[in-house]
Ligand binder design. Structure first.
Ligand SMILES: Nc1ncnc2c1ncn2[C@@H]1O[C@H](COP(=O)(O)OP(=O)(O)OP(=O)(O)O)[C@@H](O)[C@H]1O
Ligand SMILES: [Mg+2]
Length: 287
C-alpha cells in the first residue's frame, strides 16, 4: 500500500449505508486527488452522496471499500487536523462570539497557549469584519455574521484541511458573495487545503482550483473541471467569456448527472454572441 503525495486522496472509494430496507449504495468507485493548499469544490445532484463524502474525508465514517488518505496517512478515525463548517453555523448561545471561536481549542490538542489562541481568535474575527463583536452573543448577530464567526471557529486550531459543507447555502446572494471574498482573504493569509460542497456553480468557479461533478447516486467523479481564472479573483471575473463557458460546461454536466441530458460528451450548444446593450428613450428625458 503506497502512501499518497496529495493532501486528500480518495482511492476507489465505495460506500453503502445499511438500512432496514437493505444496503443503499451511495458512492461507487470514487477517486479524487486534491493537492496541498488547493481548493476543490464538489457539486452534484441532491442526495448523490456529497455530505457522505465529507464524513469519509473527516474520518467520521469508514468507507465500505477503498481508501481515504489525508496528509500521507490512511484515515481510520476522526482527524483533529480537519476543520469543518456547515450550512447551519450552530454557535452556542451561552458563549460569546469569542468563546465560540475558541471552542475547538478545548477539544483539539494544540501547542497554542490560551493567550495565543485568544490573540489569534481576535485577529481572525477582525479579518472577517467582526471586530467589535467579540463579546456579543450569537443571537445578536445576523446570519451572515454568524457564518463568518463559524468560519473563524473552523480554522482557529490551524487545520491542514478545511471541509465546508454548503456553508453559504442559507445566505442571501449579496452576503454570500461577500463571504466568498472573505474566504479568499482568509486563504491568502493562511493557505490550507479546502474541500467545498456546494450547489452554487458560480461559488464553485469563484473559489475553487478544481470542480468535481459527481454523478447521480451511487456517485463517482463524472467530470473534473480545472478552473483557469488567475489568482486574486474578483467577482467581475465571473462575467468573463471564459467563466461563462466554464459555468455552461458545469451546468451541462449537472444535467447529465440528473439524467436530464443524455450524453456526458455531448457538445455544448453554441453560445449566442453577447447582446448589444439597448438604449431605450425615457419619455420626457433629455436624450
Ligand atoms: N446515516 C444514513 N443512513 C442511511 N442513509 C443515509 C444516511 N445518511 C445519508 N443517507 C442517504 O444517503 C444518500 C446520500 O446522502 P447525502 O447526505 O450524502 O447526500 P447529499 O449529496 O449531501 O445531498 P444534499 O445535496 O441534499 O445535501 C441519501 O439518499 C440519504 O438519504
Ligand atoms: Mg448534503
Amino acid at each position: 500500500m503506497t502512501t499518497s503525495p496529495y493532501m486528500i486522496e480518495l482511492r476507489e472509494v465505495s460506500h453503502a449505508y445499511r438500512t432496514k430496507a437493505g444496503d443503499l449504495p451511495v458512492l461507487d468507485d470514487l477517486s479524487l486527488k486534491i493537492p496541498e493548499n488547493s481548493f476543490c469544490a464538489v457539486v452534484g445532484p441532491s442526495g448523490c452522496g456529497k455530505s457522505t463524502l465529507t464524513r469519509l474525508v473527516s474520518g467520521l465514517m469508514k468507507p465500505s471499500e477503498g481508501q481515504v488518505w489525508l496528509h500521507s496517512q490512511l484515515v481510520t478515525s476522526p482527524r483533529p487536523t480537519v476543520g469543518m463548517a456547515f450550512q447551519n453555523p450552530v454557535l452556542l448561545e451561552w458563549r460569546t462570539i469569542l468563546e465560540n471561536v475558541l471552542l475547538p481549542m478545548e477539544i483539539v490538542k494544540s501547542t497554542m497557549s490560551r493567550a495565543e489562541a485568544e490573540k489569534r481568535a481576535r485577529h481572525l474575527l477582525e479579518l472577517v469584519g467582526l471586530s467589535g463583536f467579540e463579546d456579543k452573543r450569537p443571537s445578536e448577530l445576523s446570519g451572515g455574521m454568524r457564518q463568518r464567526a463559524s468560519l473563524c471557529r473552523s480554522i482557529i486550531h490551524k487545520p491542514d484541511v478545511l471541509i465546508l459543507d454548503e456553508p453559504f447555502g442559507a445566505l442571501d446572494a449579496f452576503t454570500r458573495e461577500d463571504l466568498w471574498c472573505t474566504m479568499h482573504d482568509l486563504r491568502e493569509e493562511e493557505p490550507c487545503t479546502c474541500l467545498l460542497i456546494t450547489h452554487d456553480l458560480r461559488e464553485s468557479v469563484f473559489l475553487a482550483d478544481q470542480v468535481v461533478v459527481l454523478s447521480g447516486r451511487p456517485a463517482h467523479a463524472q467530470y473534473v473541471l480545472d478552473v483557469d481564472i488567475p489568482a486574486k479573483r474578483k467577482l467581475d471575473d465571473l462575467y468573463t467569456p471564459r467563466a461563462v463557458e466554464m459555468l455552461a460546461t458545469l451546468r451541462h454536466q449537472i444535467q447529465v448527472a440528473q439524467g436530464r441530458a443524455a450524453d456526458a460528451d455531448a457538445p455544448l450548444a453554441q453560445h449566442a454572441p453577447p447582446a448589444k446593450p439597448v438604449r431605450r428613450p425615457i419619455p420626457g428625458a433629455m436624450q
